[in-house]
Design a protein around this ligand. Sequence first.
Ligand code: ATP
Ligand code: MG
Length: 602
Amino acid sequence: MAATLRMSGVYAPTLKETPVDAELASHRLLLRAGMVRKSAAGIYSFLPLGWRSIAKIERIVREEMDAIGSQELLLPIVQPAELWYESGRWDDYGPELARLTDRHERWFCLGPTHEEIITALVRADVRSYRELPLSFYQVNMKFRDEVRPRFGLLRGREFIMKDAYSFHTSQDSLQEHYDDQAGAYARICERLGLAFRRVEAESGQIGGKVTTEFMALADSGEAELLFCACGWAANVEAGEAVITRTPATTEATSMEQVHTPGICTIEELKEFLGISEHDIVKTMAAKTPEGRLVYFCVPGDRELNPTKAAWAVPGIELLDEDDFAAFNIPKGSLGPVEPPAGTLIVGDRSLKGEVAWRTGANESDYHLLGAMPGRDFEVDAWEDLVFGRPGDRCPECGGPLEGARGIEVSQVFQLGTKYSDSMGATYQDENGDEQPFVMGCYGVGISRSLAAVIEQYHDDNGICWPLSVAPLEVAVVPLALEGEVYETAEQIWSDLGKADIETVIDDRDLRAGVKFNDADLIGWPFQIVVGKKGIAEGVVEFKARAAGERSTFPIDEAVARVSGLVREERARFAHVGVHGGVAAAGDVGGTGTADTGAADVS
Ligand code: ATP
Ligand code: MG
């Protein structure tokens, strides 16, 4: 029998007022519906209804993980520093890693992710290729001391993640499990009702190069996406958009130095020369770990993408004020012509074909017109260096790219041997030789997913849950707490429970208006109102929250009709283990305020 609750016994402190500094709908509604409460910046308690929804998300995730043969375990949150020294991340991770000492002055950290712990675990016990592949997952708290915790559960410091790690003898075996994980992630998004896209991405602190993110589409999302009708999609951080650029001029001219007193920015130079920023070449300076100067030259109307710059020249750091002084170079007048000896010049590939560059002269208050590559300076390498934008071309098919915003709900990574090499984690192959494990890792933000669902499913009155994530499925609201009205309501409530439908009865001694408001705020997907007038006519009122549809059902049919609707709705979200052939996530929502356009679920 499914859960049947009495609202009088549910701790759900709903709020009438909009909480201050809750900017996003999910943050506001989680607080207003009494689902979470903040303890400190980015640190939340989950109250009973919020926790029920979290449990539903976790259950879906567990089913999908079990279906692809990943085994659940639980790893410690407090991790010994030694393992992080081994991987090199004790230093690399920076201030996001929360560090602490025990009473013996030994160092530990709070796990922001668990590659070190699991690699050490497998290193200790797995000896032979015969024991591989292996895949493990856990559902656990993570702690990351984020610079700007915000938007409630979307960017917390303490948050719930499902993380999985796999160990293989070969790239092929890793690829197979990676594809299984990505398939499971797409199904998780579908089962949560999320309109989403899977996008090419960047691996950040985790490492590795092959990685895919799953983005819940939402205008409030922090991530910027580019996508093409052909199915290609990427995070702008990583996407290789093709820029079609009309050169400022195709005529070679002689190079001319112009006096540009006090001009330091592209904006100022554009005004001064009376041309567009598109026709200027901007130079950004960086240094390699060995201290070599690198000039990145990009179109003046584009931004250098630091991720791509670091792919072009590994380990670079953009210069800060002190560096400019140390290298003795003029910040507002950099350019590729006669830079300090040994400077590496990397040009954005969209500048190929530009024969007359307008650029800095490497001397304060001077710029150059008509600087010609090959004649006046050399470009050492042409690379993709800038952020793509809508209107650029698809790298797969050449079609025009469109833009969207998204919330990263999950990500899969091929790590290769990054951790097994640094931590010396090996197994014996068929020939008895020691080989490093080939690894993958895979993360779903459980608490972030809850917020992402609300971003897509809400209206002015509250949350409009997809059934799969709602704290309970049906609410029965009696308009009196005694007599025939209450008896009928209680009968329907208990019969729904017997029919395996999760049902709450609002037996609180409150005005009807308050109960209705709470029902819509909390967002019970199906609501049955039992009143005196209806009873006289032999009916109850019925409301489907998301669609806003109202109707009446004969009292003796109410349980069958509502349980039928719940079962239909459950079936729409039940795709466990099914590969392909499922409804596009975009078809599922339709009720949220966010753009729930067609999502890629292939
Ligand atoms: P972001 O780029 O948003 O900071 P991330 O790429 O660093 O996230 P991963 O290391 O890929 O995050 O972690 C896996 C998942 O954990 C993410 O896809 C996201 O859903 C969730 N997650 C990461 N950071 C947070 C956070 N601060 N609050 C809530 N969920 C988070
Ligand atoms: Mg990520």
